[in-house]
Design a protein around this ligand. Structure first.
Ligand code: RFL
Ligand code: PHB
Length: 391
């Protein structure tokens, strides 16, 4: 089999790239290790910023998001006894949209199905070769047999545990990582949210977040030790902890119901440099991870893919290499800003058991400053809605 751009991974990054390239008349094949149902069943991101909005619009896949997404003007921060509002719209003129990653994935899968462009599910890429001097080939396993996909370019959209980045020689690759000493226990329930906007809480028991997917579906998270046994966390215990951490106002409005999903996610910051080597390009979680506190993972993937689709289109259709040559450096400059923001939000809102009193006091001072300073709120808001996109 042969294609112009082989895409490894059918998460949001891979599907979005496939769609943007198809609209430019460029051939793609997507290889995805999991089944379509498995990919659709992964409950992850909930908040879309400017990058995802622009990307879905360019992909002509934003109709349902615009009709069913919840447009939010801001969110609340709870810190100790105090609850204050970050007025995203008033500060930046922009909103964010609550629209689940599962819905984004569903819409992109449908668009690809309607185009008739090939996606192979349960097709695991095992090896990528020839990215420096060709021929470029991907060996993959599908239906119990090994196959080869030949292509002009490879897009590694295969997430944190993917294989694409391993094709970059180890001596040219540099990674930066910070693993946080806790995780998030997430709970999904078919109940009305406790607030019409998100609530981020810093409590002495640890961080908590009240989010949602719709007016009838809530998504909650609490900070927890990474090695907890979920059997020790029956739903009632999670609800009790949420009620404590989110504060009395949220607790009074909180409706409880059995969890339809409950899981623990680790928190990590990670960047791999460079994002391009020869004919291989990385995008999304394959190149970087942010802790979810700033709601940026999916949005960063969207911004990568917007830039990569433009770069590959210019190269393939016009033979202009400027954009592919600058892809890695330009994206990394933006990515590090988002890494900084996500790290800052994480440091601001979580409990660090090994922290000295000094650091705890600094955290309280920072929250106090944020509560009272328009300048500090603007700095938060402009990052949360998404910094301006290059180009
Ligand atoms: P994905 O979604 O991990 O997709 C990669 C795909 O590649 C496949 N794959 C392979 N396929 C073929 N061959 C191989 N060898 C392969 N190896 C891997 C995988 O099966 C998979 O389908 O990466 P992508 O597309 O880059 O998308 C990134 C986002 O999924 C991620 O950044 C976000 O979910 C992060 N995130 C959030 N982002 C936001 O923008 N806003 C949020 O509110 C937000 N909340 C979250 C989050 C992530 C969370 N978790 C669970 C980590 C909340 C949580 C709890
Ligand atoms: C979510 O709804 O899953 C969500 C929202 C905001 C975040 C992280 C996750 O910062």
């Amino acid at each position: 089999m042969r294609t112009q751009v082989a895409i490894i991974g059918a998460g949001p990054a891979g599907l979005l790239l496939g769609r943007l390239l198809s609209l430019q008349g460029i051939d793609t094949v997507i290889l995805e290790r999991r089944s379509a149902d498995y990919v659709l069943g992964r409950i992850r991101a909930g908040v879309l910023d400017r990058a995802s909005l622009v990307a879905l619009r360019e992909a002509e896949c934003d109709q349902r998001m615009k009709a069913e997404g919840l447009f939010h003007d801001g969110f609340d921060i709870v810190a100790g006894e105090r609850r204050f509002h970050i007025d995203l719209k008033g500060l930046t003129g922009e909103q964010v949209i609550v629209y689940g990653q599962t819905e984004v994935t569903h819409d992109l899968m449908e668009a690809r199905r309607a185009e008739g462009t090939p996606t192979f599910y349960e097709a695991e890429a095992l090896d990528v070769s020839g990215i420096e001097d060709g021929p470029v080939e991907i060996v993959y396993e599908h239906g119990g047999a090994r196959h080869t996909l030949s292509c002009d370019y490879v897009a590694g959209c295969d997430g944190f545990y993917g294989v694409a980045s391993k094709a970059i020689p180890a001596d040219l690759r540099r990674t930066f990582e910070r693993v946080y000493p806790f995780g998030w226990l997430g709970l999904f329930a078919d109940v009305e949210p406790c607030s019409h906007e998100l609530i981020y809480a810093n409590h002495t028991n640890g961080f908590a977040l009240a989010s949602m997917r719709s007016h009838t579906r809530s998504r909650y998270y609490i900070q927890c030790p990474i090695d907890i046994d979920l059997a020790d966390w029956p739903d009632e215990r999670v609800w009790d902890e949420l009620a404590i951490r989110l504060g009395p106002q949220a607790a009074a409005n909180m409706k409880r119901a059995p969890a339809i999903e409950k899981s623990v996610a680790p928190l990590r910051s990670f960047v791999a440099e460079p994002m391009r080597h020869g004919r291989l390009f990385l995008a999304g979680d394959a190149a970087h991870i942010v802790p979810p506190t700033g709601a940026k993972g999916l949005n960063l993937a969207s911004a990568d893919v917007l830039a990569l689709a433009r770069a590959l289109t210019a190269q393939i259709r016009e033979g202009t290499s400027t954009l592919i040559d600058t892809y890695s450096a330009n994206r990394l400059a933006e990515i590090w800003k988002v890494e900084r923001f996500s790290w800052w939000m994480t440091m601001l809102l979580h409990r660090f058991s090994d922290r000295e009193d000094f650091n705890a006091r600094i955290q309280m001072a920072e929250l106090d400053y944020l509560a009272g300073s328009r300048a500090a709120q603007l700095a938060l808001a402009e990052n949360y809605v998404g910094l301006p996109l290059a180009g």
